[in-house]
Design a protein around this ligand. Structure first.
Ligand SMILES: Nc1ncnc2c1ncn2[C@@H]1O[C@H](COP(=O)(O)OP(=O)(O)OP(=O)(O)O)[C@@H](O)[C@H]1O
Ligand SMILES: [Mg+2]
Length: 374
């Protein structure tokens, strides 16, 4: 897919800005705090309906404005798509696809795909399990947009179950009313059903991602290192059979019942999953050197890019926020080779000096200054 046009109105520090993308690579150059990352964030919102920098729309709308609008033209093999997203400091978003307002924002997902790589992504390796779950969920939403719906339902049930547990166990006497126990059992069943759907999709996505990540990791590290990715579901997945996983889910809930009463929160389910990366059998979280961690994240990003291409059947965009200059020339060249002209790439940087000259040859170079692009 190819993003040919982007228009921002009152988005972050942009008042009114239109950009035509005329080359497979676009380099956005500018000093700090001028609006480079904001622009990539706008593209990320169109692709995932989420920003990795904030969960509040009020941060995204230019100060003192009633609404922000992001519009884009995307060329797809079959047809052109026109996307518009309207954000408000308070209240719901409006999503339009080809001029038609969508009743379900879910239908907006899939119109544009993008993989973002920023220095924050090193937290994928160094950070807590939540970082890795967010990463995998973001990928899944692009691979199969219905996952956003499933995950949303899961979190809804989790929230309700937590509220119930908090209420029932707020004093030291455990609930004796059978009505209460029936209610918990109902939530348990829903949590297990939805949780199983989340887990099976996560497992399947990682299965498909792993060989690609393995390949790119070998290429970047010069065959010296072997990457393994292990899904660590909170609930054991003995068989890939929904009924069996649900049974294992409910059994673990029973096992952890006392602990849940003490901690007054749900301790069982995919909201506690983790993903382990090992390099040559060493967990990279604890032992990986900075260079190894950077190689790992780059390999994961390239794997994501190729997996979306494979599953969706159309190459996604690559958004490189401030990371290119941090990569040494070897890794820069590996990256160039991996994307070639197949993946449209938007790159931000404060200085062009650190780039290999090959990056410049097929690039459109734009300057970002105080929320304006020249
Ligand atoms: N809602 C908003 N309204 C107005 N301005 C905003 C809003 N949100 C962010 N900004 C401004 O946007 C600027 C930051 O932009 P951005 O994060 O894109 O910088 P950048 O060019 O990527 O810089 P760096 O090189 O430091 O990463 C800041 O000046 C900030 O005050
Ligand atoms: Mg930035």
């Amino acid at each position: 897919m190819y993003l040919s046009h982007l228009a921002l109105q009152h988005f972050r520090n942009y008042r009114e800005q239109r950009i035509d993308f005329v080359a497979p690579k676009t380099i956005l150059v500018g000093e700090n705090a001028q609006g480079k990352s904001n622009l990539l964030e706008a593209v990320e919102l169109l692709a995932t309906l989420k920003s990795h920098r904030t969960s509040r729309d009020r941060d995204l709308v230019q100060q003192d404005q009633p609404l922000a609008q992001i519009s884009a033209l995307v060329q797809r093999p079959v047809a052109m798509a026109e996307l518009t997203l309207v954000l408000r400091p308070v209240g719901r978003r409006t999503a339009r696809l080809n001029g038609e307002t969508l009743r379900r924002q879910l239908d907006f997902l899939g119109a544009l795909n993008a993989v973002e790589f920023s220095s924050l992504d090193l937290d994928l390796v160094r950070g807590g399990p939540g970082e890795r779950r967010t990463w995998l969920d973001g990928l899944l939403v692009q691979l199969e947009p219905v996952y956003a719906h499933i995950l949303g339902q899961y979190h809804q049930v989790l929230k309700q179950r937590n509220a119930l547990i908090k209420r029932l166990y707020s004093d030291e006497t455990p609930p004796s009313e059978s009505a209460d126990l029936t209610q918990i059992a109902l939530w348990d069943a829903q949590l297990a059903t939805l949780g199983t759907r989340v887990m099976r999709r996560r497992a399947r996505a990682l299965d498909r991602l792993t060989p690609l990540a393995h390949h790119w990791h070998q290429a970047i590290s010069g065959q010296r290192e072997t990457l393994h990715i292990h899904y660590q579901p909170n609930v054991p997945m003995v068989q890939d059979e929904p009924q069996a996983i649900q049974a294992s889910f409910l059994a673990k809930i029973q096992e952890r019942a006392i602990a849940e009463q003490h901690q007054r929160t749900s301790l069982v389910g995919p909201h506690r999953d983790d993903i382990e990366f090992t390099i040559n059998d060493t967990p990279s979280r604890q032992y990986g050197s900075q260079g190894q961690q950077r190689t790992l994240v780059l390999a994961l990003k390239l794997a994501e890019l190729h997996l979306i291409d494979e599953v969706v059947g159309d190459p996604p965009l690559l958004l490189l926020d401030d990371v290119l200059a941090e990569l040494d020339l070897n890794r820069q060249n590996q990256l160039l080779e991996a994307i070639q002209d197949r993946f449209q790439t938007l790159i931000t940087t404060t200085h062009l000096g650190a780039f290999d000259s090959q990056w410049m040859t097929s690039s459109q170079i734009l300057t970002v200054k105080q929320g304006q692009i020249f």
